[in-house]
Design a protein around this ligand. Structure first.
Ligand code: FAD
Ligand code: SF4
Ligand code: SF4
Length: 495
């Protein structure tokens, strides 16, 4: 990925825009000939030393030129590629005209978190994967940059201070409890409040926002954006109670039978880290990615001079895993001062579930990738601190149930890696507390809450959505689930 300075990108886009406008109406071949606009970003070496945003966002000229690449397809396959079916050609057409207000209004018909999704959605496997421009140019990476355009108009609106509060219907006198404050819950709280119900969000942590706040780092998703969504909820009259662990402080049955809540939404996510269950995992210097990222993001441990949260000082770090969580942990470790960060993944690059852009950014910043490698044990020193990790090399066999080629260990290929910190990022399970403390709530064998197509659980008036239902998934899917459940809850409460 090249990194052209912002001033150059801006000047080039201005010139391109003038040329395009002078040309008059564009034919499809003119549109596909427009070069894709590069995302301005911080220099890789500079950004290793700070927590600021890596991708800086399109300039207005870049956004208009990129929008002009869209063919406005009649069948618009991109819409079906988006889990919440945003009317993509319509919002892009508004941007192409320079009508940014119109663009964001179209997106907001279906999405409540465009500034978030525009940044973190796995666009390349969703809306952009099926874009006609990518097909015509025979390269999915050259599809119209839908996510970047979505981010552009969402940021434009925020910068204008032009965000309007949605209309809230007259009070119904009904009370709704929303448990958790991640994207699923934020969506439910907003949609249910709009229908005139009283809404209280109960969050276990001291700050609301879920993974958007404690998991995804500042350099990918500035916390100010999440805070603004929370401020909007508050301005809409949603009460947010933090440090409130449902299942401990109060159980679901207490909320409904004693505290007068008419309906409950459970959006408690998948925050229970999985471990490898290998020898040495209890040594000092082994972390779950969740703990590591939470210390840095939520407790601001990276802000050493101003935060009291301790963070382990590392020189050589191994991160185990190949998803977004692993990339975030590896890139955070670099920013916290590690000299070397090694990402250890038992399959090959092709099978990595992390977003392509995140993998590229991690590589540019100096994360070293070890594919087809897996640890066997972690070895400690006399103080029970991590000293090294024994690994085994793998080769790829036949595809397994997931469709990905199965990694097979190569006998006798053991080798040692000198590290002082190991961060385990191999996935998360559902938070189990609510399941354990709510009699009659049906769970599947993985501990996820079972819901019907409307998001209703086995209990009357109790709905659920997001990662607690889907298992660890994505922001946009959590939001889509929230939307669906909120519609069913509003219908239930109107009876
Ligand atoms: P969450 O966001 O998990 O929120 C659940 C909330 O419930 C938390 O705040 C938790 O504290 C609270 N809670 C839990 N139990 C209780 C209780 N008993 N009482 C009260 N509150 C409780 N997705 C993407 O689309 N793109 C990405 O790039 C991406 N990167 C990721 C990076 C990391 C590090 C992680 C961890 C996840 C990432 N994801 C990404 C996944 C995405 O963030 C999740 O799918 C999404 O946040 C799920 O939303 P949710 O609302 O279901 O739950
Ligand atoms: Fe694409 Fe995600 Fe935006 Fe939908 S929400 S249009 S999938 S970037
Ligand atoms: Fe535009 Fe691509 Fe959607 Fe066609 S598929 S309407 S080119 S974004």
């Amino acid at each position: 990925m090249s990194h052209t300075p912002l001033v150059q990108l801006e000047a080039a886009a201005k010139a391109q825009l003038e040329q395009i406008l002078a040309k008059g109406p564009l034919k499809p071949k003119d549109r596909t000939a427009i070069p894709q606009q590069e995302m301005p970003s911080q220099d890789a070496l500079d950004r290793r030393g700070n927590m600021h945003q890596v991708a800086l966002g399109y300039t207005p000229e870049q956004a208009r030129v990129e929008a002009m690449r869209c063919l406005q397809c009649k069948n618009a396959p991109c819409i079906a590629g988006c889990p919440v079916n945003i009317d993509i050609p319509r919002f892009i057409a508004r941007i192409a005209e320079g009508d940014y207000r119109g663009g964001i209004d179209v997106i907001k018909e279906t999405s409540v978190l465009p500034a978030v999704c525009g940044r973190v959605c796995p666009q390349e496997t969703q809306c952009q994967a099926v874009c006609t421009v990518g097909k015509v140019l025979k390269d999915v990476d050259l599809s119209v940059s839908i996510g970047r355009l979505e981010r552009f108009v969402a940021d434009w609106e925020r910068e204008q201070g032009a965000s309007e509060l949605p209309e809230i219907l007259a009070s119904t006198g009904k009370k709704v409890a929303v448990i958790g404050s991640g994207p699923a819950s934020i969506t439910v709280a907003a949609d249910v409040r709009r229908a005139g119900h009283e809404v209280t969000v109960f969050e276990a942590f001291h700050k609301p926002g879920g993974v958007l706040l404690y998991g995804i780092p500042e350099f990918r998703l500035p916390k100010q954006i999440v805070q603004q969504e929370i401020d909007t909820l508050r301005a809409m009259g949603v009460e947010i109670r933090t440090n409130f662990v449902v299942g401990r402080t109060r159980k679901i049955h207490d909320l409904m039978q004693k505290d007068g809540y008419d309906a409950v939404f459970i959006g408690t996510g998948a925050g229970l880290p999985r471990f490898m269950n290998m020898e040495g995992e209890n040594l000092v210097g082994v972390f779950s990615a969740n703990e590591y990222l939470t210390r840095s993001n939520l407790m601001r441990a990276y802000d050493l001079d101003r935060a009291d949260t301790p963070i382990y000082s590392s020189r050589k770090v191994a991160v185990l895993g190949g998803g977004n969580v692993a990339m975030d942990a590896a890139r955070t470790a670099l920013r916290l001062g590690a000299e070397e960060v090694h990402l250890v993944y038992r399959r090959s690059r092709t099978e990595m579930p992390a977003r392509v852009e995140e993998v590229q950014h991690a590589e540019e910043e100096g994360v070293m990738f070890h594919f087809l490698t897996n640890p066997v044990q972690i070895l400690g020193d006399e103080d029970a601190r991590v000293a090294s990790m024994e690994c085994l090399r793998y080769e790829l066999g036949e595809p397994d149930a997931s469709g990905r080629r199965r990694p097979i260990p190569i006998e006798g290929s053991n080798f040692k890696m000198d590290v002082d910190t190991v961060i385990v990022a191999i996935g998360n399970n559902s938070n189990p507390l609510i399941g354990q403390t709510t009699p009659g709530l049906e769970l599947n064998k993985r501990g996820n809450i079972v819901v019907d197509e409307s998001g209703k659980t086995s209990l009357e008036g109790v709905y659920a959505g997001g990662d607690i239902v889907l298992g660890a998934a994505t922001v946009i899917l959590a939001m889509g689930e929230g939307r669906k459940a909120a519609a069913a809850m509003n219908e239930y409460l109107s009876r």
